[in-house]
Design a protein around this ligand. Sequence first.
Ligand code: GLP
Length: 260
Amino acid sequence: MEVVIVADAAAGGQLIADAVAELITRKPDALFGVATGSTPLPVYEALAAKVAAGELDTSHLKVCQLDEYVGLPADHPESYHAVLKREVLEPLRVPDTNFLGPDGNAEDLPAACAAYEQQLTAAGGVDLQLLGIGTDGHIGFNEPISSLASRTRIKTLTERTRIDNARFFNGLPEVPHHVITQGIGTILQARHLVLLATGHAKAEAVAATIEGPVSSLIPASALQLHPHATVVIDEPAAQQLKLADYYRATYASKPTWQGI
Ligand code: GLP
């Protein structure tokens, strides 16, 4: 695992956007796995700036969704499909036909989960998966004690996650209880995992992810099992790390051609 401590969220966004741009330049039809939440927004903004400046051709890029609420009407502004259309597809000028996501309104949800796994495989697998982290250490919507081998399936949100996400809705009662999420086993199949975490509210989960034991209690700790995982954090999110100086020194002496 590589840990990169950046000055602020904008610097983290720029660093990751540069890595995504490098991927797209090398592989124009790459499959880019995107996350929702507030944290990844600086990444999408930095990528959108490259597209607007004509520096990046995203016309062949494929984008796929990490997770989705169950039962929100398709046109609900907070369905993750709607959020990603607004925050990623439109600003990055990625055609709708290049977007993959699970159907949170399917009559047969387990079949929709299995179909999504097949879609990801048929698309060649995820090249770079961007991740945020929940305050309880979840990735996607894999809540604590999710199997580290899990595949795309239905999950029940913890109360803590529902409270964290209530800011996007008109109050807690509106936040769905059930979701579809790529499993941890699914996420671990991506070729490169990049987790971005910013702010002191994430410091405890970040320390457990990087320096704690691999445990389903902290789903993000599964990144320790991945051969190419990068965790990008700002100073407040790095506050509880024991080896922060080591991570800083290592990154400072890394040749820039290596990227992340
Ligand atoms: C939701 C999403 C996660 C995201 C998390 C943190 O639960 N399913 O993918 O990482 O929120 O969101 P934020 O970045 O807003 O703190």
